[in-house]
Design a protein around this ligand. Sequence first.
Ligand SMILES: [Cu+2]
Length: 145
Amino acid sequence: MAAALVLGAAAPTVSAHAQTPPKVDTTVVLKSSGSALEFLPARISVKNGRRVRVRYTNEGTLPHNLAFAKSEDDLDALASAAYGAAATGFIPPEFKDKLIAFSGLVSPGQTVELTFVVPPPGEYPFICVFPGHANMMNGTLRSLR
Ligand SMILES: [Cu+2]
């Protein structure tokens, strides 16, 4: 259970259980609403190297999760493996090292925050890995120079 809450890219000196939240350079807000399988906005841009806090609120009626992947190439296999990963919020444990950061399952009405350092310049996909959602429920994190 606790494993689902561990961030993919925690700072070396700040534990996930620290009393004071880690300092962040910028906060990005994502949401989804109704029964739509989408993240709003679907494109976000942050300067590389910044510590970003992504605050995701599920205003919808379906459960979702949120995973930022290091590479587009892993998405199909990740989405397939998710069907067998209900015990870990549909994040397959064997994919954790392919993710920049990920949440547990986010029920309707819940908000989660992921904090991570934005990787080198480029585009990184984020998706909901809940079974059947990934094809439509995705977006792009653009890491700026
Ligand atoms: Cu979803």
